[in-house]
Design a protein around this ligand. Structure first.
Ligand code: BDR
Ligand code: CA
Length: 312
């Protein structure tokens, strides 16, 4: 099997952790590295958590690079109310022993992409887009090296989850999102509209726990903790599992209902700052710059995630 070179840019976060595990459980990918960014919790914790996850999967060989500690323009906003003080509350996992790589994530992204063939590398950002935008600003020619970016972020029909207009990843660094969405890179966005269409069930979390492996047990404890916030907010029997949807999309795109649209990022208005303005009906006549996911087949998604966690 030819493997697909992949980079994950992330702010773990329990759902980020599951996304990393699903990627590690998928033989389709060659995970070149993980870059961390400030988001759900500060950078020191996201960098710690990414290494905890690699060690949980017994993959100390995956290089982890720490990136930007704050957004490009705005003050950092974090989400301990969702993810807990560590960002990875739930399971009791040991502190990581594998070191962070010495290079800054933005430099590593630039160097790695410059050395790659054109349109060869897939990038999955599942946190604020600061590192990705900074790399594009530093060396715009890296865009041609990317096969595609598949990101979790935004929300249009469903609104936002931090403000009425803005989803967390875009809300934290809307200016970075603006750079990415105007960069010309082939882009797919998995917004709240899609992730809220596929909620976890208790039965599914129990299937993950019943794997009985260190990964299965820790993942189920992360999910127990993570889903309670959205269940309380939305009054649903289960929560969404945002970030792993990016990895699922890369391998099982047929599970996703999508449309190619023009998407703009709001960076001018205090009221709607960070909104992903999706031209779903083509009213602007602007050319499409993003494949936007609208719905996901829940059974297919959760079978996929379960099976990939089972492989670890
Ligand atoms: C996104 O925000 C974070 O809290 C999650 O990890 C996910 O990336 C959902 O809005
Ligand atoms: Ca995330």
């Amino acid at each position: 099997m030819t493997t697909r070179p992949l980079i994950i840019d992330t702010d773990p976060g329990q759902d980020d952790a599951i996304a990393i595990l699903v990627a590690l459980g998928s033989p389709e990918f060659d995970l070149l590295g993980i870059t961390t960014v400030a988001g759900n919790v500060p950078l020191s914790l996201t960098s710690r958590n990414a290494r905890i996850v690699c060690e949980l999967a017994d993959r100390r060989d995956v290089p982890v690079y720490a990136g930007c500690s704050r957004p490009m323009v705005r003050t950092l906003v974090t989400a301990e109310e969702v993810h807990g003080q560590t960002g990875l509350d739930g399971p009791d996992l040991p502190e990581p022993t594998m070191p962070l790589r010495p290079e800054h994530a933005v430099d590593w992204l630039v160097d790695t992409l410059l050395a790659a063939d054109d349109a060869s590398i897939t990038l999955c950002p599942i946190g604020p887009l600061t590192n990705v935008a900074m790399a594009i600003v530093k060396e715009p020619s890296i865009v041609t090296k990317l096969r595609e970016i598949v990101l979790m972020g935004g929300g249009f029909f469903e609104g936002g989850n931090v403000t009425p207009a803005a989803e967390f990843n875009i809300h934290v660094d809307p200016h970075a999102a603006h750079v990415v969405f105007t960069s010309g890179v082939p882009l797919t966005m998995i917004p709240l509209d899609a992730t809220h269409s596929a909620l976890m069930t208790n039965e599914w979390i129990e299937r993950v726990r019943a794997l009985g492996t260190p990964v299965g047990v820790a993942a189920s404890e992360m999910l127990d903790f993570f889903e309670r916030f959205d269940m309380d907010r939305y009054g649903t029997a289960g929560g969404p599992l945002h970030d792993p949807c990016t990895i699922a999309y890369l391998i099982r795109p047929e599970l996703f209902e999508t449309r190619n649209c023009h998407v703009d990022i709001e960076i001018g208005s205090d009221l709607t700052m960070g909104m992903t303005v999706v031209d779903w009906w083509g009213t602007t006549g602007k050319p499409a710059n993003c494949i936007v996911a609208r719905r996901i087949d829940p059974d297919g998604l959760y079978d996929f995630i379960h099976d990939r966690l089972a492989a670890l």
